[in-house]
Design a protein around this ligand. Structure first.
Ligand code: PMV
Length: 335
């Protein structure tokens, strides 16, 4: 009972920030629908992928997971069990698990490593347990580990229905990467782990005076972005994504635990994006829970955007990403 999977992170075009009150059940039901691109690195030395191997066996003495060479425990291991326990139950398996997972990109630096990790975990676990679940069903289980992981169960462009229960909060594909030509030039200004995890941040979103309006606008914008993706309309997707990212950071900065993920370097990159746009390059930015910036543009403009940014002193490196294929199981096991 062993299986391995490869999965990619996703960058949200319409953000998930803050959760519905589910009476402490830990369902990770978001306040609004969201939209993302699952991303695969094509230059910059990283394919942006999580590779995870899961084994269930009567000879394993306790549940254990090694992430990037480090055995995890406490809340981190608890989150893994939140995904695996229901799958074990559906399969009628009581054996312990042993897991190894590696990322080829920095963990917990706002590049959505948890999304890739929990998506690979859900896929590898269900395969090891012999379960035949749809991607939509699997997405609901991945969501229990990390909300945004729901969207990494599909490649291409993805829509997460916020739902109002475990079953109704799932992700579906909008379209494959080929139909909407988009690249993200990821500008890394800091590779360190972020100070306060998004897990804690979500809990405090409601304390911001801007939370309600962000939620309302995001719900409308999710629908607009979905149809603009299907219309291959970069201007609409990019300008809404840029605005939506600022709404999320406004909520973060004004919560009772003020979260300033931006650094001075982040602002410099934002200014460069604006300057390039003034020069006629169609490029927009979006930022998740970290200081690094995703610059959204057409594939033919990506080399110029990358060249412009990577020669700046405050930029450590850039990775160009395109829409990824669906996550998949592979025969190569990590142990
Ligand atoms: O899945 P989490 O709990 O790590 O939430 C991350 C949410 C953002 O990345 C900041 C936005 C999003 O929609 O992915």
């Amino acid at each position: 009972m062993k299986a391995s999977a490869i999965s990619h992170p996703n960058i949200a075009l319409i953000k998930y920030w803050g959760r519905q009150d589910d009476g402490g059940r830990g369902l990770n039901l978001p306040l609004n629908d969201s939209v993302s691109m699952t991303k695969e690195g094509i230059s910059g030395g990283s394919r942006l992928q999580s590779h995870t191997t899961v084994e269930f066996s009567g000879s394993i003495e306790k549940d254990m997971m090694v992430l990037e060479g480090r055995e995890i425990c406490g809340r981190e291991l608890e989150r893994v069990r939140l995904v695996i326990d229901p799958l074990r139950k559906i399969a009628g398996v009581e054996s312990h698990f042993s897991i190894r997972s590696v990322n080829d990109f920095p963990t917990a630096a706002g590049l959505a490593s948890s999304a890739a990790g929990f998506s690979a975990l859900a896929l590898a676990s269900s395969s090891a347990l012999g379960l035949d679940l749809t991607r939509e069903e699997l997405s609901t289980w991945a969501r229990l580990g990390s909300g945004s992981a729901v969207r990494s169960l599909h490649g291409g462009f993805v829509y997460w229905h916020k739902g109002s229960s475990h079953e109704t909060s799932f992700a579906e594909k909008v379209c494959e990467g080929g139909s909407f030509q988009l690249n993200a030039v990821i500008v890394i200004v800091n590779e360190g782990r972020k100070g306060i995890s998004s897990d804690i941040g979500h809990e405090h979103a409601y304390t911001s005076p801007f939370n309600e309006i962000r939620t309302e606008l995001s719900q409308k914008e999710a629908l607009l972005v979905r149809s603009a993706i299907l219309d291959n309309d970069l201007r609409t997707v990019g300008s809404i994504a840029e605005r939506n990212s600022k709404y999320m950071h406004a909520v973060m900065m004004t919560s009772d635990i003020p979260l300033f993920y931006w650094q001075g370097e982040t602002l410099k990159v934002i200014k460069s994006v604006h300057a390039m746009r003034e020069r006629g390059i169609e490029v927009y930015f979006t930022i998740d829970a970290g200081p690094n910036v995703h610059c959204l543009c057409r594939p033919e403009d990506a080399p110029e955007v990358q060249k412009e940014l990577e020669c700046q002193d405050h930029v450590l490196r850039t990775i160009v990403a395109r829409p990824a294929k669906d996550p998949h199981t592979i025969d190569e096991h990590l142990f």
